[in-house]
Design a binder for this molecule. Structure first.
Ligand code: EPU
Length: 424
């Protein structure tokens, strides 16, 4: 298993280019199932999760080619309607093939994802929605089996705002008979990007980005030809890196408007921003001020930035409260930050972070994707050489992280370990 070794304490300066959004690319790749033919998706990041989605589509009979940064998916010969346990356990987003498969082929068998490092994360709302659209649902041997002659439009209310749930049902509704209304739908930019890709395929969708989405089903769609949006979480991570290193980083090819709540909180902490066309210059303070945050569905503070923000607050001049409201177990990074000298306590869903003057290098372990990013953020500020173990988590979601960091002047190296073929 690879390790990252980071010698902290440098002010990072320069320019960095943001990659395409993982969480936008994955649903658009799944949407290719909705049409027969050659689908072409641009700005797809070169990441392990993208490869996993490619393997899943290939396992179903599609042809998947990846040439950085374009994914070409030929969907003329889909013949296997299953997402097997081996792939779903590697990547929960595999569940995104459920809606498109039932909509286009009338059947799907998808392994239930089970819990993961950040929470229980059930898919009951995805299943409830498909059932409302007329699918017959059976649970057997850890799999959900959905069948339907043709899905029919329905009004579906989500008790909880769910990103992939909204995406799955929006895709399913594009080929259903009649109109589907999704209420309390997720409003994340990735949902809007998927809706734009579907509209370009011929789907009739109104209201994506608002809490009520209306989809009028059609008989047929044409293949996808779409370029995905820049990754807002990678953008936010580099903003935090500028913040914690007292750096001066120009982040190019990004859409800071997708991070409005997050940027406001960084500004409150003393981070400076200069907007330019298509890029933003971020200037870190000598020491950030303490700021409280609470995660919330978009347009609130993103849960995917909570861990990195906590790393920043660990050296703030004062105490901050960090409340996680989306996932029940998303404080796994706390124990690792403590190893680096941070002063953090948590009870339930709120952590109290008392800023310390200095973080110190240590051996730390990545437990999930964004927790790994928080350890990178902390290590860049820490005194000495931090070793981050299990960086395969980071590789799932950050393209060429260490190359990008090095180009900004960071002292980072990767030590190669034994290759992992499958994740625990
Ligand atoms: N939930 C249910 N039932 C469902 C679906 C969701 O109870 O049927 C709950 C979840 O357990 C959670 C909450 O609803 O407590 C929100 O989860 P959501 O469904 O929105 O999460 P997701 O769609 O599984 C996506 C991203 C995550 C990101 C969350 C929240 C993708 C592929 N994944 O997950 O990204 O944290 O939305 O914004 O889009 C990451 O990239 O590191 C990552 C974890």
């Amino acid at each position: 298993m690879d390790r990252l070794i980071i010698k902290g304490g440098r002010r990072l300066k320069g320019e960095v280019e943001i990659s395409g959004a993982k969480n936008a690319a994955l649903p658009v790749m799944a949407a290719s199932i909705l049409a027969a033919g050659e689908n072409s998706i641009g700005r797809v990041p070169d990441l392990r999760d993208v490869k996993t989605m490619g393997r899943l589509l290939a396992n179903m009979g599609a042809e998947f080619h990846y040439e950085p940064h374009r994914a070409v998916i030929k969907t003329n010969r889909i013949k296997n309607f299953e997402a097997p346990y081996e792939l779903v356990k590697e990547m929960r987003a595999s569940v995104l093939v459920l809606g498109p498969m039932v909509a286009r082929y009338g059947r799907a068998r998808v392994s239930l994802p089970g819990g993961c490092a950040i929470g229980a994360r059930p898919i009951n709302l995805h299943i409830m929605g498909l059932e409302k659209m007329g699918a017959k649902i059976e649970l057997e041997a850890g799999y959900v089996k959905a069948t339907a002659k043709r899905l029919k439009g329905a009004t579906i209310y989500f008790d909880i705002s769910t990103v992939t749930g909204t995406e799955n049902l929006m895709m399913a509704a594009t080929l259903a008979k009649g109109v589907t209304i999704l209420e309390n739908a997720a409003r994340e930019p990735e949902v809007v990007d998927l809706a734009n890709a579907l509209i370009a395929m011929g789907a009739r969708i109104k209201g994506a980005g608002e809490s009520v989405i209306e989809i009028e089903g059609t008989e047929e769609l044409k293949p996808v030809n779409h370029t995905v949006i820049p990754d807002r979480i990678e953008t936010g991570t580099f903003m935090t890196i500028a913040g914690i290193t007292g750096g001066d980083i120009t982040i190019k090819g990004c859409m800071p408007e997708h991070l409005h709540a997050f940027v406001i909180k960084l500004e409150e902490a003393g981070v400076g921003f200069e907007n330019k066309a298509g890029s933003v210059r971020v200037i870190g303070p000598a020491r950030p001020g303490a700021v409280d945050i609470e995660t919330a569905p978009y347009p609130g503070f993103p849960t995917d930035m909570q861990a990195q923000f906590m790393a920043l607050m660990s050296i703030a001049s004062g105490a901050s409260l960090i409340t996680e409201t989306i996932f029940e177990n998303r404080f796994m990074h706390v124990a690792e930050l403590l190893r680096m000298g941070a002063d953090i306590n948590f009870r339930g869903s709120t952590a109290t972070v008392k800023g310390v003057k200095k973080l110190k290098a240590a051996n730390v372990m990545a437990t999930d994707l964004r927790a790994s990013a928080s350890l990178v953020v902390a290590a860049l500020r820490a005194e000495g050489e931090t070793t981050i173990h299990r960086v395969y988590h980071l590789d799932r979601g950050y393209e060429k992280m260490e190359e990008k960091l090095r180009s900004l002047g960071a002292d980072v190296k990767r030590e190669r370990g034994k290759r992992l073929t499958s994740l625990p």
